[in-house]
Write a protein that binds this ligand. Sequence first.
Ligand code: PFF
Length: 442
Amino acid sequence: MKNRSGFSSKLGFVMAAAGSAVGLGNIWRFPNLVANYGGGLFVLIYIILVVTVGSTLMTTEIALGRRGQTDAYGCYKKLDKRFSFLGFFGILIPFFIASYYSVVGGWIVKYLVEFVRGNLTQLTGATYFSNYIASPVAPVVYHGTFIIISMLILLCGVKQGIEKSNKIMMPALLVLSVVIAVRSVTIPGGLSGLAFYLIPDFSKFTFESVLMAIGQVFYSLSLAMGIMVTYGSYMGRDVNIQKSVKMTELFDTCVAFLAGMMIVPAVFAISGGNPDGINAGPGLLFETLPNVFSHVPFGGIFGALFFLLVLFAALTSMISLMEVVITWLIDRFQMGRIKATLLTTVSVFAFGIPSSLGFGVWQDVTIFGRSIFDFIDFTANNVIMPLVAIATCIFVGYFWGVKNIFEEAEISGSFKNKKYYTIMVRYVVPICIAAVWITGIL
Ligand code: PFF
């Protein structure tokens, strides 16, 4: 069978998948969750979930996509019409995520600009970040700036260029993260933060934290929303699925782990070793890192470089989110590419505005007790995505058949641990997610 325009090399798939996977989820969202949901215990739960639930689902989605040879919606429709609703979520969830992703992307652009202007000292102010996000205009303008950069990348056909430059940018991000993490741990007070980050405290166990960890696995690995199905459709038949899954997961988890090492110990150091300071909101990255950079010679330059690399990682994720919606508009409504891109840009921007204003002028608006930003984030990652994951397992385990997954994977080598995979997809993953979903939400 002919392949869709595939990735050029074996590493190409891993690089593209990692480009979508590594982003604000690793650098901004993961450390927040670690800080708020029990430190080392959360890290441990997260890693266990990546190698069990994450691997099973990623293998499944890639194999489905490579068999279907089309986008997520078309793929489910082709393989079993009754499950095409899964493809619909594969458009809706990326749209939801893109809207607030771009708000956080805007914060990154703002910090990059401030670092370049040499304003490190201002950024270290305790209330700088909270004051900034509460203002009604500037964050919306930066949210717009971030999405316009993403749009230009998509329109100018330089998407591939960006993905290629990731081959330099991502390793650079990894190296710089190690340097920052070392500095963060060695600031006085940082070591107690390191202990909080690495040593699990089992008395802190809650089902809610497991639910949050599962949501983070989906978010960070771009699972349960059709993205990996689409990427699978581009994967060459000579590429080993299980090996690619392992490499993508390893890379993604390393970046998240290092981000935690940069931020969590620094919070302890800044708050003078007082763990109460750890209870931070979405601003943890922005509030702590300028402080770390202020402890480093040429901190302003390091800060600018770091936020530039994070911006790259965020952009590759953002364009993969937008691309799903654009492709759907083109295929479903026969829209031209330019029109589809503009429509996506404008709607994502408009839908993101309430999330931004929710930190300031609309801070009293709550939906089910959550801010607008939090509500969209929670609904996508912790309510809908677990359901999509369960439905995907049921589809493969009981309808389409695990044999088809093995068959597809074995085109490019052997499939290891077939029994384990079958038990995971049929029983363990759907039952565990359902149990955690019910206990964590109710
Ligand atoms: N995985 C990305 C991150 O961790 O930042 C977020 C994301 C990107 C999710 C692309 C979904 C997606 F399609």
